[in-house]
Design a binder for this molecule. Sequence first.
Ligand SMILES: [Zn+2]
Length: 160
Amino acid sequence: MNSNDSVGDLSYYGTYPCPVCRLGQIEPMTLMDAMSCQLCHHIFTANLEKQQLQMADRQPPLMWRWNGKAWTKAQVQGLEWNSGYWLVAAVFVLLPTTLVGLSAYAFPPLPGSPLSWFPQVWTGLAFVSHLALVVWLVLEFYQVSVGTHLRVRGQNLFGR
Ligand SMILES: [Zn+2]
């Protein structure tokens, strides 16, 4: 593998790192306006004008933009993981935590009582559980990338 091959504009004549498994390289397919990865065998089509790569064998397609050296973060076509989603995620995590924390603050347990630690732990649990749910959703959103990367890496580790 020659990493110099992958610098420059996106074209159907070069080889590029595979944005899905991040271990293989994508190469042009003979007689087709498509590219494929020799490791994970996903098929891509390129939009050279926009320097975009689109995964052809997934619905809705994942999309990457080539910046001359590397791929930008994956996007599901027609659905951008934008700041609006982050706001919803932040509210989803912070609101229950704040409510639990506030009620603990408003009705504090008697100091020294056996359960005086409970409100803090409960607030922490509310935060961690909601955060875990958001992280899981984000992973699910990029599921293809994470799953394929682990599968190909596993194949490399344990032989084929
Ligand atoms: Zn690949």
